[in-house]
Design a protein around this ligand. Structure first.
Ligand SMILES: [Zn+2]
Length: 243
């Protein structure tokens, strides 16, 4: 796997690309606009269209360094395809994923460098984040909702770059998660996502270009999951999501 197309071209959701390999129900493409999932962010959905057919993309499989696009039918694409990411799904994931960084940054600052122990985003515009927060007061966590929404309203820009893995590991706080460190690229680089002035951390997901692309966020629920683990459920405020 080289660098993801979706990281170098975050706004390009449709791509014409040759089929490199195909079997009934799956295909390898020369380039793919899809995010294949990882780091708590579910894989993109979408569709492949070619001269004699089309099929929904339902998932991904990485085998022998090749990314297989799994299809909803046993069709076998050939020639060149138009690969199209579901724009609504990607938008929701970018919003939610960016907001998990804001929550993560504020928890990290407010609770003495507390680390993430797990994260999962859902298509309904909600997510859960687990933090190693022994003894933290839930009201202090709940009180972060207002500053999260201030950061969204300020429309703070994000930047994206790559640093060598050793440098990322050496810099305190850059690898924020105990469970989901992003895989390095083949050249040993780790992707760094920065919310300017707020947070800088290793991450391989898809994000907004600035925080204002997210609707407001609610902290929905806080659960104690064991002595160390605090589970924070968040949700985007929007028409199909949290009201
Ligand atoms: Zn991220």
């Amino acid at each position: 796997m080289s660098r993801y197309y979706c990281h170098d071209h975050p706004e390009s959701l449709t791509l014409a690309t040759p089929v490199l390999d195909a079997r009934p129900g799956k295909a390898v493409l020369a380039e793919s606009p899809f995010y294949p999932g990882g780091g708590g962010q579910p894989p993109d959905r979408g569709v492949l269209r070619w001269e004699h057919g089309e099929a929904a993309v339902t998932g991904f499989e990485l085998a022998d360094g090749k990314l297989w696009h799994l299809l909803a039918s046993s069709a076998e694409p050939s020639g060149s395809v138009e690969a199209a990411v579901d724009p609504e799904f990607r938008r929701t994931m970018r919003q939610l994923h960016t907001d998990t960084h804001i929550l993560n940054a504020l928890i990290y600052q407010a609770f003495d460098g507390a680390l993430v122990t797990g994260v999962q985003m859902y298509e309904d515009g909600t997510a859960r984040m687990d933090f190693d927060l022994p003894g933290a007061d839930n009201d202090r966590i709940r009180a972060l909702e207002a500053p999260i929404n201030e950061i969204i309203a300020r429309d703070v820009p994000l930047t994206f770059g790559y640093v060598p893995l050793a440098e990322a590991q050496a810099q305190h706080g850059l690898i924020r998660s105990r469970s989901v460190a992003p895989p390095p690229t083949p050249d040993g680089l780790i992707r760094i996502v920065e919310i300017i002035g707020l947070d800088r951390q290793a991450c391989g997901g898809t994000h907004l270009m600035s925080t204002g692309g997210s609707p407001p966020l609610r902290i929905l629920k806080i659960d104690n999951k064991g002595r160390h683990n605090r589970r924070v459920r968040i949700g985007l405020v929007g028409p199909s999501v949290v009201r």
